[in-house]
Design a protein around this ligand. Structure first.
Ligand code: ASP
Length: 322
């Protein structure tokens, strides 16, 4: 958190040898090296894994998947994968999606129970079916047929927290929003190929069956290989109604840099909601095919991770307060 964001962005842009946004992606980047960006400080380990995957010679989709799997496997991350927060019935229901920039192909699962790596199941939906999204029991059946291993996702710590939450219900007033954080990871490789993924247990103690923005293409994630990628974290209901990630990619398409595009999308949501920005919890990261990146959000505590071949940093996004 020591490096000034503008300095860092400038360095990265310079290293990327920016050229106009036309033609084949490979022509646009003169060996700037790959760049990975992810929501929250826990995204740093994921981005590092993504970089290591690329270094092994695997593709950007592999890198995104392998990076997100690190977060999903970490029980200390209490909002993604194993150790994720359960729903109101005490069941962990996971959401994830993945999108390939060059082809715009995508895969998604929602309300998946019992499988620790929804990002991999989502990728398999993309690769092995004619569909984009599978939900609930159908998603679990598909995961089983594809040979994915099951695992107990509810940790003792999460069960204990859920029991305490349950004992306090019903509350006279709506409860404060419990913890909820998603990993959205975006990457561009040295040839300018982009991909992104998103994985979460969603809002803690959500109604069973509730689906947020994270597995929705255009809501919690969007990748257009000709333009850029965006991903979200926050209260999904406030993100998906504005197609937040798609909106950011469209703003980048119209010429805004990633930071300005994120800021404009957050401002659009704040204006549309007519309530204090601090109540909304909408936060985005974005990356364009030129290797520029940025983030903006309404949460004071929102941070994001950036990893290149030269550095690995936790960054502070633009805070939108009104
Ligand atoms: N966006 C996620 C959801 O609404 C949660 C989060 O990112 O904090 O499910």
């Amino acid at each position: 958190m020591t490096l000034d964001r503008r300095q860092f962005t400038g360095l990265t842009a310079a290293a990327a040898m920016v050229v106009p946004q036309t033609g084949d992606a490979a022509e646009l980047r003169a060996d700037p090296g790959p760049l990975l960006i992810a929501t929250w400080p826990f995204g740093l380990a994921a981005c590092k894994q993504s970089l290591a995957t690329l270094r092994k010679g695997e593709g950007i989709l592999d890198a995104v998947e392998q990076g997100i799997r690190v977060t999903e496997a970490d029980p200390a991350v209490d909002s993604v994968g194993v150790g994720g927060a359960p729903n109101a019935a005490g069941v962990v229901q996971l959401d994830a999606c993945i999108m390939d920039g060059p082809s715009r192909r995508a895969g998604s699962v929602a309300g998946l129970e019992g499988y620790p790596h929804p990002i991999s199941v989502a990728r398999r939906v993309m690769q092995r079916t004619k569909h984009v999204m599978l939900v609930g029991a159908g998603a679990a059946q598909f995961a089983a047929e594809q040979g994915f291993a099951t695992q107990q996702l509810l940790t003792d710590a999460q069960r204990q927290r859920w029991l305490e939450w349950k004992a306090r219900q019903p509350l006279p007033k709506p409860a404060a929003i419990p913890n909820h954080d998603t990993i959205a990871l975006l990457g561009v490789d040295a040839e300018g190929r982009m991909a992104g993924g998103c994985s979460t247990s969603g809002l803690a103690y959500k109604l069973p069956g509730r689906v947020g923005d994270s597995p929705l293409i255009g809501g919690g994630l969007y990748v257009d290989g000709d333009v850029g990628a965006a991903g979200a974290t926050g209260i999904g209901e406030n993100i998906l109604r504005y197609c937040g990630s798609f909106l950011i990619v469209e703003f980048m398409r119209s010429g805004l840099d990633p930071t300005a595009a994120c800021r404009k999308a957050v401002e659009r949501i704040v204006q549309g909601e007519r309530r204090p920005a601090a109540d909304l919890s909408v936060n985005f990261v974005a990356l364009d095919r030129r290797g520029r990146f940025g983030a903006a959000g309404t949460d004071q505590g929102f941070r994001y991770a950036v990893v290149t071949k030269d550095r690995a940093e936790i960054m502070q996004p633009v805070l939108v307060e009104t």
